[in-house]
Ligand binder design. Structure first.
Ligand SMILES: *Cc1c(COP(=O)(O)O)cnc(C)c1O
Length: 397
């Protein structure tokens, strides 16, 4: 599809996603498991647009949710409740009740008080809630500290050293069925080694729990596989990664569950934006775009790198500039000191690999309406979220 046609028809900035790309990646996961019992639960927080969820639901995916709002979205999109796992360190009573009423697959629990709360709410309904403990395997995922979650000193999960005791506690509660173990050590992992280290520790734990008589049936290994944000960056291949995981898990007769987010959608989206101005001061040059940190927060939040390419390719000299948006913050940049082909006012650029943690993190800061989202399917495209209007900004005030 010609991105300039999409931009002309629906304006900029806008996110554009590829349905084929997303389905190909989902199928790569699904097919790599082959006949091994498995469930691929897409991590909804990476991109929760209903049309993307519908696409994945039709392909047979399960979903990993972290809020009642995400549960609502998945149900709206036709997701199957029995394939939904509910993660997160602070599920409220309302959210737990909603999920129990929907008969989701299981809760990934992060503390004893949470187990007690789910037990109480399940018993009130005469239910037994399937739960996993999210275990912290204490491996260093070697990623950005904001998205590293598997070390002992962060808020997520239960220490692996405490896990057996907490499982015994869960087993003692009549409203709970502790049938799974889970972990998620971090995001944007470019090296499979820490993930495999975590797999080994989790498999050993599942074995110990089974020996104690706990009915462990599922091993949920979380998400986290990284994608290439820079040209030439090498990332683990989905098929090889799953193959290695399968080999390490064999024997125990467990269903393997995984929760990929970024690796399904990240590379399948771009943020289209137009250059408003070029501006120079005594030390620096700036390219001012119509997209800003409120549209794509990752550069400002994590110093993340996104390639920025002119949509019309031509041979031209290079320039080095800060690529910034109109928001009134010095932290509002999409790239700093970046060397790109000379960009001209009025031309279109594509911010690459923006399909994950892009639109979902966007806000109305500076009273900027949230942008449109477009889905390309085969040789057609359609708007899957309307650009907000000024009226949308004040609704509810
Ligand atoms: C964020 C998250 C994921 C998805 O991580 P990706 O890096 O996007 O694959 C999976 N599971 C849990 C519990 C998460 O919090």
């Amino acid at each position: 599809m010609a991105l300039d046609e999409i931009a002309a028809a629906c304006g900029t900035p806008c996110y554009v996603y590829s349905a084929r790309g997303i389905l190909n990646r989902y199928q790569a996961y699904d097919e790599a498991f082959g006949r091994t019992p498995h469930l691929v639960c897409y991590a909804v927080k990476a991109n929760s647009n209903l049309s993307l969820l519908r696409l994945l639901a039709h392909a047979g995916a399960g979903f990993d949710i972290v809020s009642g709002g995400e549960l609502f979205r998945v149900l709206q999109a036709g997701g199957t409740p029995s394939k939904i796992v509910f993660s997160g360190v602070g599920k409220t009573s309302d959210e737990i009740e909603y999920a129990l009423n929907c008969r989701i697959h299981s809760f990934n629990c992060e503390s004893e008080p949470e187990l007690a709360l789910i037990n109480e709410l399940a018993l009130k309904r005469g239910l037994r809630a399937r739960v996993a403990l999210r275990v912290n395997p204490d491996v260093d995922a070697a990623t950005h500290p904001y998205i590293s979650t598997g070390l002992r000193d962060n808020k997520f999960g239960v220490d692996i050293a405490d896990a057996e005791r907490v499982y015994e506690y869960a087993q003692s509660l009549p409203g709970l069925a502790p049938e799974s173990v889970s972990c998620h050590i971090g995001s944007q992992l470019l090296d499979a080694a820490p993930l495999m280290e975590a797999v080994d520790r989790m498999v050993a734990l599942a074995g110990r729990l089974q020996k104690r008589g706990l009915p462990i049936r599922n091993l949920d290994l979380g998400g986290g596989l990284g994608i290439a944000y820079q040209p030439g960056q090498s990332t683990p291949l989905i098929a090889a990664f799953i193959e290695e995981m399968k080999q390490r898990v064999s024997e125990l007769g467990l269903t393997i569950m995984i929760e990929p987010g970024r690796s399904l959608v990240g590379e399948c989206g771009v943020l289209l934006s137009r250059v408003i101005h070029r501006k120079k001061n005594s030390v620096k040059e700036f390219v001012v775009l119509d997209a800003a940190m409120n549209d794509l927060l990752r550069p400002a939040l994590y110093q993340a790198h996104h390639e920025i390419l002119p949509v019309t390719q031509s041979s031209r000299p290079l320039m080095t500039a800060d690529i910034v948006g109109p928001v009134c913050e010095t932290g509002d940049f999409l790239a700093k000191g970046r060397t790109v082909p000379e960009l001209e006012a009025g031309e279109l650029v594509a911010v690459m690999s923006a399909g994950a943690y892009g639109f979902v993190m966007s806000s109305n800061y500076n009273s900027r309406p949230r942008v449109a989202e477009v889905l390309v399917e085969d040789n057609r495209w359609r708007i899957v979220r309307q650009r907000e209007k000024f009226e949308d900004l004040v609704r509810g005030e």
